[in-house]
Design a protein around this ligand. Structure first.
Ligand SMILES: Cc1cc2nc3c(=O)[nH]c(=O)nc-3n(C[C@H](O)[C@H](O)[C@H](O)COP(=O)(O)O)c2cc1C
Length: 251
């Protein structure tokens, strides 16, 4: 497993240890301006490597200007044929309660006819989920229907926009978690956002200031997911790359 360890140093300081590639980067915030041997994108790379899904956040909402910036980052995601298929709803305060009621209605509608649960309790539990962060950003894609526009590409563009948003939030010291689950596909929730049946609710980004340390997570090594084709077997020093990474198709 690749371990990306995050050590918190002095006040707000953070050191990222990338054990497998032996690089140590300080401060995982994008835009740190670090200029590394790989070029000027080091700050973005650090943000990618240190972003974690964080569910526990404090009560106070980040300023609207910061959220505007995150949305701007989202809208600079790549999108085929420049369809810009994404839509955002930024919920705070009591708007989250209205959204929670939609979650509650969806949960009750989903209850099995023979369920012995109390519908009021099911409603309340689902509705409370909308209050897990001071800001909830719902993201949907309304696929453009036009010649040569592929619906899957509209959805993937929307996912790229969400990832931009998550990274930008992380760069600004905010915690996020992208949540989906049944509510994304529930007619009651789609109706709350006035979405047509053809639209896709891609998820809800719960956003706030982090409460506590981010979780540590692991990823499968790149070599287990990658084939290198047309590359030499070893690096410039003559050291062999792992066999799995240079396997030839059909071998
Ligand atoms: C499309 C999508 C849907 C997700 N839905 C949920 C969810 O409903 N609940 C949740 O706790 N996390 C959800 N996540 C977050 C993943 O659990 C999280 O990304 C994963 O555990 C890896 O952790 P990391 O983001 O910190 O690297 C979702 C992520 C994606 C991409």
């Amino acid at each position: 497993m690749i371990l990306v360890g995050i050590h918190r140093g002095g006040p707000g300081g953070m050191t990222i240890v990338l054990e497998t590639i032996g690089r140590t980067a300080s401060d995982g915030r994008a835009g740190s301006g670090a200029e590394g041997p790989d070029g000027p994108s080091l700050g973005v790379l650090d943000a990618i490597l240190t972003r974690r899904s964080v569910g526990k956040v404090r009560d106070e909402a980040p300023p609207r200007a910061v959220i505007e910036e995150l949305l701007l980052a989202a809208t600079w995601a790549p999108n085929h044929r420049l369809t810009e298929p994404w839509r955002f709803w930024v919920l705070a305060g009591d708007a989250r309660r209205d959204f929670g009621e939609a979650l509650g209605r969806a949960a009750v509608a989903r209850m099995a006819a023979d369920s012995d649960k109390d519908p009021a309790a099911v409603f309340a539990a689902a509705a409370a989920k909308a209050l897990r962060a001071p800001v909830v950003i719902a993201v949907a894609v309304e696929p453009v229907v036009a010649p040569k526009v592929v619906e899957l590409e509209e959805i993937t563009a929307g996912a790229a926009a969400i990832q931009n948003l998550l990274l930008a939030a992380h760069a600004r010291g905010l915690a996020t978690i992208w949540r989906t689950g049944e509510p994304c596909y529930a007619p009651e929730v789609k109706a709350y956002f006035d979405l047509a049946p053809t639209a896709h609710l891609l998820g809800f980004v719960y956003l706030g200031y982090p409460a506590g340390e981010p979780p540590t997570r692991e990823r499968t090594p790149v070599a287990a997911k990658t084939l290198w084709l047309g590359w030499p077997d070893g690096d410039e020093d003559g050291d062999a790359f792992p066999a799995t990474a240079t396997r030839t198709i059909g071998a």
